[in-house]
Design a protein around this ligand. Structure first.
Ligand code: 4AD
Ligand code: MG
Length: 449
């Protein structure tokens, strides 16, 4: 047996049962041919001599036109049964739209209803957010929700592509943990067998700091949990975080890498998801402007700017929602805020050698009011300095001895960052609320369905 390249070569789609079978996304290759499509009715209407069915099959949407004089009595009966969300199979000839280039239509020959959906609860009228969330299992089928998940999928893939190109190894951090990564006030806890309290991970960072000493460049990408009692458009109780960690990496290199990653992700969405962005009515001009280098401001500079605009923020304050709103008015591009006051940032961040009151951390603020999408820092790599900082912040040393150990055996300068996938999806897709960016959102007042 010869060794094959390890990329799959798809010669035949295993899901297709006849040579006529195809998917909406592939219609361009079938113009003039009769094809079979399987999907669901988005809308259907008939008038006199002609019927229109808008079909969706997961890969896209297509208008099916039924000229009644071409159709059998059986198909005419089936068209009557095409209520919203009924599952159907159609046969028809692929035509390019008479006026829109690159848009295809199906001239129907046959329609068969597989399962008729009666009284689908999500009609065409506007529903309130509670009703939609209650019906999230069905809401996912709507065109905007479909578009958002496809953009999310591109972002996930682009992230893997980018890290892979830079030689990163994916490391799966644990979800059940014995300690806090981002402060004890936002931890979900649980009873762990007979061993006492365990916590759901807030970020895999500390664990991938161990793995980076094995692989040099690593990332994780998985669910994390925050118990903060926030009911904003930006907070989820469960979300997907990507953490990256690089050995022999400084604060400056960390930011350089981040702006390349974010620009790459946006470039991929612009290349692959124009139809989805149009569905979202997303103004892509601001996305097209996202190119390295990003604006870099120190926290002190930002505080000054905000104060000038009338904000009440003080020197050692974190940014609040009103501050983020002002910043969004001042910049229409992503902005790094770096060199944060050490006292409001995590214990693991390295202090600047020229000013120990600030840490070598940067948060990336998205434009258009979407706020912080990413946070990172160079890590404290000196055993004694880190230990002192942990003691002064009452971090339980015994629980973190393994983490301190990393500074005991071949410590190196290292840095890393994490982004919240849903924050990124929210910004790039232009979705109204973070709850629309994850298939089944867990919010302060909801964890069903
Ligand atoms: O800023 P955070 O808390 O940073 C960390 O967890 C670091 N350990 C990351 C690292 O250096 N490896 O969270 C990182 C990102 C934020 O910038 C934000 O995008 C997102 O996670 N995030 C949330 N997204 C949705 N809902 C929440 N409740 C979030 N909290 C943080
Ligand atoms: Mg942060």
């Amino acid at each position: 047996m010869t060794t094959q390249a390890n990329t799959p070569i798809i010669t035949e789609d295993v899901f297709l049962t006849s040579p006529k079978d195809t998917r909406i996304a592939n219609l361009a290759a079938r113009v003039g041919q009769e094809v079979t499509l399987h999907g669901w009715v988005n809308t259907a209407r008939s008038s006199g001599k002609i019927s229109f069915i808008e079909l969706r099959d997961g890969s896209g949407y297509v208008q099916c036109v039924g000229e009644h004089h071409l159709l059998s009595p059986e198909t005419m009966t089936e068209i009557q049964r095409c209520s919203q969300e009924s599952s159907i199979t159609v046969d028809g000839v692929v035509q390019e739209h008479p006026k829109q280039k690159g848009v295809y239509e199906i001239n129907l020959r046959r329609v068969q209803v597989l399962h008729q959906a009666l009284d689908y609860p999500l009609g065409k009228k506007d529903h309130g957010p509670d009703f939609l969330l209650e019906n999230r299992h069905l809401w996912l089928r709507s065109r905007t929700q479909w578009a958002i998940q496809r953009i999310r999928n591109t972002i996930i893939h682009a992230t893997y592509e980018f890290f892979s190109a830079y030689g990163f190894i994916k490391i799966d951090a644990p979800i059940i943990t014995s300690t806090a990564c981002e402060g004890t006030t936002t931890l979900f806890s649980m009873d762990y067998h007979d061993l006492g309290k365990a916590y759901l991970s807030q970020s895999g960072q500390l664990y991938i700091e161990a793995a980076v000493m094995s692989h040099g460049r690593v990332f994780d990408f998985g669910p994390v949990f925050r118990a903060e009692k926030s009911k904003t458009k930006k907070h989820l109780s469960e979300f997907w975080m990507m953490d990256a960690e690089m050995a022999f990496c400084t604060h400056q290199q960390n930011m350089r890498f981040q702006e390349e990653l974010i620009s790459y992700i946006i470039g991929r969405v612009l290349a692959l998801n124009q139809a989805e962005l149009a569905t979202m009515k997303r103004n892509t001009a601001t996305l097209e402007k996202v190119k390295p280098p990003f604006v870099r401001l120190t926290h002190a500079q930002v505080v000054q700017m905000l104060q000038k605009e009338g904000a009440t923020i003080k020197a050692n304050d974190d940014l609040g929602a009103p501050d983020e709103a002002i910043l969004a008015k001042l910049f229409d591009v992503p902005v790094f805020i770096e060199r944060w006051p050490a006292e409001i940032k995590a214990f693991y961040m390295k202090r600047a050698s020229d000013d120990p009151s600030v840490v070598l951390a940067a948060d990336l603020m998205a434009p258009e009011g979407f706020g912080e999408i990413l946070g990172g820092s160079q890590r404290e790599d000196d055993y004694e300095t880190l230990k002192k900082r942990m003691e002064s912040e009452n971090v339980p040393i015994s629980e973190f001895q393994w983490y301190l150990d990393l500074r005991k055996y071949g410590s190196v300068p290292h840095a890393g960052f994490g982004f919240g996938l849903e924050r990124l999806v929210n910004w790039i897709s232009g979705a109204e609320h973070i709850r629309e960016t994850i298939p089944f959102p867990r919010l302060l007042y909801r964890f069903k369905p």
